[in-house]
Design a protein around this ligand. Structure first.
Ligand code: MN
Length: 494
């Protein structure tokens, strides 16, 4: 899979011949200067490549066709320094298959009060050109990101960078392969789904591999390889167990699962405690380690959350907050402070740990296997979101809730798993009512790095329903929104 900085974004500037060659030369040189300055800002995760100051329909159509077929191009950014009649854009935009951002900015920050004359107005008419450009995309119903503001402002650059990360997530999604070991947990509804439908919309190739093959791979791991892994563990974690056999078995599982994933080009996987046939332990530490390396994971066969976790990790490459597979477990309902406690049987990613995780070995209580080694830690405090994707029958709904993670209010010395405690927005009871009303799953991806705005951008590019539960959400408003969404998607389907 490509990394973040393997991707480029093409900067396409609109104009026309009306203004004469001098103005067009100035536009082109300023566009190059803007691309160079933005690239040097350190705010963008990928390079911007200035492509063309387009003056004809042919130039626009050609650059769109090239963008569609260039695998390293993750999106196009358009900007109208001057007025670019947008019927010239119509045919090209109809062919566009890459994410598209309309950067509504202008070269100069301020109006030069004394010097301003008609020459200045001819050259600097972004306000004019951006409206014409905005109309055609609205008329064609093309999903696009609109970012308005001065191009040197930190906030504008941050939003552009965040959107670029989303586009890398989109490119990653379209190539993503998910490896499933056995099926979903028996009788569970929300983790099921239409794999053909999801591949059509999001690109994921979700397929199954035998648990027996994984067992063979585990048995083939050499003791030397395990010794190397144990050295890595000793550097990264504290050992709070004497049961080295259990830890060594998890090392074998980590090596074996990674080997199978890499051989098949898969960046996400699932398993289920209901089928560990031939395995000694449920992979705990192993799954945690693989998530830390950027692989998606979903428990109980949940391939949707596994894929979303992998995508969110790809979007946030190089950021430090962390993202993990998560599950809503239990509530603190004391009126002085109400919280959700999230955890999983074992598999929470150490990228969200507040301090150095400890390796511990404890009985699992279900699955009937040996005591698995796992990393135990508390998640860090801070603003985050939880993301879920559910199949609504013929369409996908993404639900995002704003949360604020806190330091767990109890020490919980007998809880032998990694855990995070958070306040759900707008408050626990309303947040839970809204989440349940929308059909949100018990499995989510929790991320400190990726924002709700970014997940909204992802959903818009992919054409899936997006529901955001934030500080202003009320059950009444949400009920109406869901009702309208149902109608809209029914109309779309016909
Ligand atoms: Mn679960």
């Amino acid at each position: 899979m490509k990394k973040m900085n393997d991707y480029k974004f093409w900067f396409v500037v609109g104009s026309q011949f009306l203004y004469g060659p001098e103005v067009l030369e100035t536009v082109a040189s300023r566009a190059q200067e803007m691309a160079d300055t933005l690239n040097k800002s350190g705010k963008l995760p990928c390079e911007i490549v200035y492509k063309v100051t387009a003056k004809t329909p042919e130039e626009i159509t050609n650059v769109v066709k090239e963008a569609n077929y260039d695998d390293s191009c993750a999106g196009i950014i358009t900007w109208m320094h001057t007025f670019s009649p947008s019927k010239m854009w119509l045919n090209g935009l109809k062919l566009l298959q890459k994410p598209y951002c309309h950067l509504a900015t202008q070269y100069n920050k301020s109006i030069p009060n004394k010097e301003i004359d008609m020459d200045f107005m001819n050259l600097n008419q972004a306000a004019h050109g951006d409206r014409e450009h905005g109309f055609i995309a609205a008329r064609l119903r093309i999903p696009r990101k609109i970012i308005a503001g001065y191009w040197k402002d930190a906030k504008v650059q941050k939003r552009l960078g965040d959107w670029m990360r989303v586009c890398v997530g989109v490119a990653f999604s379209k190539e993503l392969k998910v490896m499933r070991f056995d099926d979903n947990m028996r009788n569970v509804a929300v983790t099921e789904g239409d794999k053909v439908g999801v591949q059509e919309v999001l690109g994921w190739q979700v397929n199954t591999w035998p648990v027996g093959q994984l067992v063979e791979y585990i048995e083939d791991v050499s003791e030397d390889e395990v010794d190397e892994k144990i050295k890595e563990y000793k550097k990264a974690y504290k050992f709070n167990t004497k049961n080295m056999d259990a830890v060594r078995y998890q090392a074998k599982e980590e090596i074996a699962i990674k080997r199978m994933l890499d051989e098949e080009g898969c960046m996400a996987f699932t398993n289920t405690f209901e089928d560990l046939y031939g395995m000694e332990q449920l992979p705990g530490l192993a799954s945690q380690r693989l998530m830390e390396q950027g692989y998606g994971y979903g428990g109980e066969g949940d391939w949707k959350v596994s894929a979303m976790t992998a995508i969110i990790k790809a979007m946030s490459e190089g950021q430090s907050g962390g993202s993990s597979f998560m599950e809503d477990y239990t509530y603190e309902l004391d009126e002085k402070g109400q919280f959700s406690l999230g955890a999983h049987m074992l598999e929470v990613c150490p990228s969200i740990a507040s301090k150095q995780p400890q390796i511990e070995v404890h009985p699992l209580g279900i699955g009937g296997k040996s005591d698995p080694a796992r990393l135990v830690f508390e998640g860090r405090a801070g603003k985050a979101i939880v993301v879920t994707l559910v199949g609504m029958g013929g369409r996908l709904r993404m639900i995002v809730q704003d949360i604020e993670a806190v330091k767990p209010i109890y020490s919980m010395p007998n809880l032998p798993v990694a855990r995070v405690m958070w306040k759900a927005m707008p408050d626990l009871a309303t947040g839970v009512e809204c989440w349940i009303m929308a059909g949100g799953a018990h499995h989510t991806t929790l991320t400190y790095d990726v924002s709700a705005e970014q997940m909204h951008d992802f959903a818009r590019i992919m054409g899936i329903e997006f529901v955001h539960i934030d500080k202003d959400t009320t059950p009444e408003k949400l009920e109406k929104e869901l009702f309208c969404n149902d109608l809209a998607y029914k109309l779309k389907a016909n």
